[in-house]
Design a protein around this ligand. Sequence first.
Ligand code: HPA
Ligand code: MG
Length: 251
Amino acid sequence: ILGVASVVVGIRTRRCARTYMADGGASVGVGRSRGVLIKDDWPGFPLQLFSFPKHYSEDLECVLIPHGIIMDRTERLARDIMGDLGNHDIVVLCVLKGGYQFCSDLVEIIKALSRTSERSLLVRVDFIRLRSYLNDQSTEDLHIVGPEDLSILSGKMPTGFLFSPSQGIVDTGKTMKALLKHVATFRPKMVKVAGLLVKRVPNGVRSLPDYVGFEVPNRFVVGYALDYNEYFRDLNHICVISDDGKRRYKL
Ligand code: HPA
Ligand code: MG
């Protein structure tokens, strides 16, 4: 998820300072621009207190973000996006595979809000596929896999773009940058990026997505369509993978 080449003047909203819960040792905070802050000392929720696929019993350390909280945060992002769009229609470019769940839930909520609002928003959806991770490491090469033709992004009609990013996660920012460069060749009028997670990595992103769900510690997370070698997409919470899990599914 990237801090995209920003676009139409007046759309970018005021950035609020992050505030923290009052207990001093708080692990969770709030902010518009960087999303809900999950601090490094946040232990997560015990797995046993939630339901999850039994086949992953040994493979997860904790629930970092329960599914319900992801959904609540996504609803708020959808409202923020609707509020910023004015009269623009949008083309949503979903970044597969890790971004599919976030994209799908976000679009569902935007559609629902649009049905009941004065100003109905025309939403079109296209898909792009990226692959840059082997095991839990980012590989040098980023593969952008189809579609060849993203001219749905060019025409005159779509004046707004929302592009739901980097397989759901922005960490080094390399992926986002490469993707934006690719998207720019189709001459969209405006590009906005929505990312569910921004990870705090050393030398991490300088540019952030326009809409961020959560800012998370630098740990390998899975679930809600985020995978480890294609496993864990069938888990609906965002969890931290355990060492056992990494070993079991290593390629
Ligand atoms: N989980 C899954 N895929 C990823 C991650 C992660 O933490 N970081 C980059 N791609
Ligand atoms: Mg992946």
